[in-house]
Design a binder for this molecule. Structure first.
Ligand SMILES: [Zn+2]
Length: 62
C-alpha cells in the first residue's frame, strides 16, 4: 500500500509531495480516520468539516 500524506491546511490526502487542493507542502504522515466526500452540497459531514471540494480527507491531522 502506498503511503499517503494528509495536508495540515485542508486535510486532503495525497501520495505526492504537494497538496493537490491548496498546493501547500505542509503534509504529515500522522493522520487518523478517512473521510470520503462525494457530494459536498448534500453531505452533513462536508458541512461539519468545512469541505468544499469532493475527495478523500483525513479526519484528524496531528
Ligand atoms: Zn491542502
Amino acid at each position: 500500500m502506498v503511503k499517503e500524506y494528509a495536508c495540515r491546511q485542508c486535510k486532503t490526502l495525497t501520495t505526492g509531495k504537494v497538496c493537490p487542493n491548496c498546493h501547500s507542502t505542509d503534509l504529515t504522515s500522522e493522520w487518523f480516520g478517512l473521510v470520503i466526500i462525494l457530494d459536498t452540497e448534500h453531505s452533513q459531514v462536508a458541512k461539519v468539516l468545512d469541505i468544499k471540494v469532493p475527495g478523500r480527507y483525513a479526519l484528524k491531522v496531528t
